[in-house]
Write a protein that binds this ligand. Structure first.
Ligand SMILES: *[C@@H]1O[C@H](CO)[C@@H](O)[C@H](O)[C@H]1NC(C)=O
Ligand SMILES: *[C@@H]1O[C@H](CO)[C@@H](O)[C@H](O)[C@H]1NC(C)=O
Ligand SMILES: *[C@@H]1O[C@H](CO)[C@@H](O)[C@H](O)[C@H]1NC(C)=O
Length: 415
């Protein structure tokens, strides 16, 4: 196995693609350092272009304040030298990323039952949804939002208490980026709140809407983060050149490939797919969404920029109800803040607070469905790690954010 693996890396190197994720039982990320790098724009651009073009960087994220980058041990001298030559400052913020993964592996993953003090693989999440639909059959049913490349279903829970009138739909999508583990955990926590809470505000939240909630819409990718590579983000489809996966949040048919997207199937983070909706996950989920009438809200959970984002993600122009979205978003954040005093950035467009990105689900939803209330909540964490014993903190925070969102939306006459 190991020899085969080395040969594989070697042949890639020979072919000029210096792309070999150090992966012995799966990108363990031994001694990988998380860097924060900042400096003048010109130098930063040169630095990023050079590294991303020539080396495998399993994680990078760039904002106006600088960039974070996960650096394999053999690349440390290259990064340090290049940064020095460009006059950039470097700081190591995590000395060995593998320690975070080891900690999770040893203490934070579980297989039996279900709870919010551990992380679970996709089958266990699906079992939980099935169980909830039988425990609460009067209001909950499992729904199939789509399919995955490896033949899994994209399962969700529809929570719709009996009523004489059609209720507005609230849609929640999470886990589109496989490594953002806190999002499925928070989403199932929220499901549990909706189903079991006796708090009048949450009961009202449950009763007022027809909820369609999908904790893990990239099930293959998520499973892969459990079994192989903790930092995997994309789907697991196979490109003709042998590379795997496309970024399912760059693959929707709206301004596809325009910003923060790559057309290189080997791009570890943002390969946008061979065409819009090339990925079965986004294609089938978009069909499910198109079949819904009366969708009032579409909410997508990501991590971990701790920010609330408004559409569109690839433009600084404001949508017609931007002021309402901002006001509703502010109330939502205020409710969330009251729980743990955790301050989020925003609300604002991604283009204004983070960076422009095209081909995301929310932009497509807003553009094709005209859904009035569209938000991306970037939850908290530290490079995709969040202690499992503290899932409830973000669960309660998000639950209150939803209460605040609905409160202000009602105030403004949205339903
Ligand atoms: C990789 O992990 C799996 C499951 O934990 C184990 O069965 C297998 O032996 C490991 N392979 C190597 C090469 O370490
Ligand atoms: C189903 O949910 C109930 C109520 O939360 C729980 O007591 C039970 O153990 C669950 N069953 C399975 C098979 O997970
Ligand atoms: C795509 O990006 C370019 C700049 O990179 C911009 O000029 C163009 O307007 C964008 N197209 C759309 C449809 O947003």
């Amino acid at each position: 196995m190991i020899i085969l693996h080395l040969l594989f890396c070697f042949s890639l190197l020979q072919s000029g693609l210096a792309k070999c994720v150090v992966d012995d039982n799966h990108s363990l990320y031994n001694e990988h350092k998380m860097y924060h790098i900042e400096g003048k724009k010109e130098g930063m651009d040169k630095f990023m272009n050079f590294l991303l073009k020539n080396h495998e960087i399993p994680y990078h994220s760039k904002t106006e304040k600088g960039c974070h980058m996960l650096v394999a041990p053999h690349l440390v001298p290259i990064v340090e030298d290049f940064a020095k030559n460009e006059g950039l400052s470097t700081k190591v913020v995590i000395n060995d990323y593998s320690e975070l993964i080891r900690l999770e592996k040893n203490n934070e993953r579980r297989k039996d039952g279900f709870s919010w003090t551990a992380y679970y693989d996709v089958d266990d999440i699906h079992k939980y949804l099935q169980n909830m639909s039988s425990q609460h059959s009067e209001m909950a049913q499992v729904v199939v939002g789509g399919q995955s490349y490896e033949g899994r279903q994209i399962l969700g829970l529809r929570i719709n208490t009996p009523s004489d009138v059609d209720k507005p739909i609230m849609f929640i999508e999470s886990g589109i980026h496989a490594r953002e583990w806190i999002t499925p955990a928070t989403t199932t926590y929220f499901i549990n709140e909706l189903l079991t809470s006796t708090d009048p505000e949450i009961v009202s939240l449950r009763n007022q809407f027809d909820w369609h909630i999908f904790p893990t819409v990239n099930p293959d990718g998520y499973h892969y983060t459990f079994t192989r590579d903790r930092l995997w983000r994309k789907t697991r489809s196979r490109s003709p050149n042998g590379c795997y996966g496309a970024d399912p949040n760059r693959n929707w048919d709206y301004n596809w490939l325009n910003y923060s997207s790559s057309d290189n199937p080997c791009d570890y983070q943002v390969y946008a797919g061979s065409k819009p909706f090339s990925e079965i996950e986004t294609r089938t989920l978009s069909e499910y969404i198109s079949g819904l009438e009366n969708m009032l809200g579409y909410i997508s959970f990501h991590s971990d920029a701790q920010t609330l984002l408004l559409p569109y993600s690839d433009s600084v122009e404001h949508v017609d109800n931007y002021d309402d979205l901002k006001q509703i978003g502010e109330t939502s954040l205020k409710y969330g803040y009251a729980v743990n005093q955790a301050k989020y950035d925003g609300p604002g467009t991604a283009a204004e607070i983070l960076y422009k990105a095209s081909g995301g689900s929310v932009d497509w939803v807003r553009n094709t469905q005209g859904t009035p209330l569209v938000y991306v909540y970037e939850l908290r964490g530290r490079y995709f790690h969040w202690p499992a014993r503290r899932i409830h903190e973000q669960g309660d925070e998000v639950t209150q954010m939803m209460v605040g969102l609905v409160y202000e939306a009602k105030n403004l006459g949205y339903f």
